[in-house]
Design a protein around this ligand. Structure first.
Ligand code: BEZ
Ligand code: FE
Length: 302
């Protein structure tokens, strides 16, 4: 057959896809075509709307460069990133829950030992915080030398990657021989996802929901354990219920408490500083299906 109608076109495309050698690619393309066609029929897509969609996706691509990943942002606000995390990361009971990577992870951050100062070189001051805890297995065994890749926005809610400057408020923090980690940083603040591009235009035209609750990002890894890509959120943040990218997990919300003067002095921070304690618990490599490790090619700026 060479001539198709609204009723026969989907099956015709799917039939051609049977030639696809890679079975997984065939499965994905077949499902994608069926859903795309069903969507077009469902909304009775007009040609003008189809072209608007093409222009939108073109603009999303044009907004991407070696520092900006507008497609990840699009996936995030559509909930696709968190859906993929949920499908692929069925957490072992007791393990730290995973959440979105987001578009601002970068390889090559400076390495710090126990007690490192991630505020080094920061161009903006924030509220000082001592972040500390342990990295353990799900049954509570310390994991010596576990690596925590930490990144967060500056005090103005902008990530270093969004500006021309050097790396700021990010570092690879190595846990000590007892699996304990600690570092100084600034208390995270809520911020807006980047809305100066096509994804921002889409958000403004639809949900207007562009705020992220305050958080720091962490990727925690250790040999023999599954890497976890996660956040630590600030308890009490006004945007916890309305995260633009649906990434909040109750188990990741932590209390940032004021330290006593003596406590602050002991860790070399000024009086009035905060502390937060958060333990990361990793699943064994052989546990519930592992999420693929972050590879150099997976992120912007790599
Ligand atoms: C972030 O937390 O860095 C982020 C995540 C998703 C979209 C935008 C920013
Ligand atoms: Fe973030």
């Amino acid at each position: 057959m060479r001539q198709f109608t609204e009723d026969t076109l989907t099956d015709a495309v799917v039939a051609r896809l049977k030639a696809t050698k890679n079975p997984r690619l065939r499965e994905i393309m077949t499902s994608l075509v069926r859903h795309l066609h069903a969507f077009a029929k469902d909304v009775q897509l007009t040609e003008e709307e189809w072209f608007e969609g093409i222009k939108f996706l073109t603009a999303v691509g044009q907004k991407c460069d070696d520092k900006r990943q507008e497609f990840i942002l699009l996936s995030d606000v559509l909930g696709l990133s968190m859906m993929t995390v949920a499908i692929n990361h069925k957490t072992d009971p007791g393990a730290t829950e995973a959440t979105v990577l987001g578009p601002f992870f970068a390889h090559g951050a400076k390495e710090f030992g126990y007690g490192g100062d991630l505020r080094e070189g920061a161009t903006l001051k924030g509220e000082d915080v001592w972040v500390a805890g342990r990295v353990t297995s799900i049954d509570g065994k310390p994991i010596p030398g576990a690596m925590l890749d930490i990144w967060q926005a500056k005090a103005d809610g902008i990530y270093d990657l969004q500006t021309e400057g050097e790396f700021e408020l990010r570092g690879r923090v190595k846990a000590n021989a007892k699996g304990e980690y600690a570092f100084a940083s600034y208390k995270p603040k809520f911020y807006s996802i980047p809305i100066d591009g096509p994804v921002g235009d889409m958000v403004n035209a639809t949900t207007k929901n562009h705020m992220r609750p305050a958080h720091m990002h962490a990727i925690v890894s250790a040999p023999g354990y599954q890497q976890v890509i996660t956040h630590v959120f600030v308890d009490g943040d006004p945007h916890l219920e309305s995260d633009a990218v649906y990434a909040v997990k109750n188990s990741l919300v932590s209390k940032y408490k004021k330290m006593s003067d003596a406590e602050a002095r002991k860790v070399g921070l000024p009086s009035g500083s905060f502390k937060v304690e958060f333990d990361f618990k990793l699943s064994p490599q052989s546990g519930v299906k592992a999420r693929k490790k972050i590879a150099a090619s997976d992120t912007v700026g790599a």
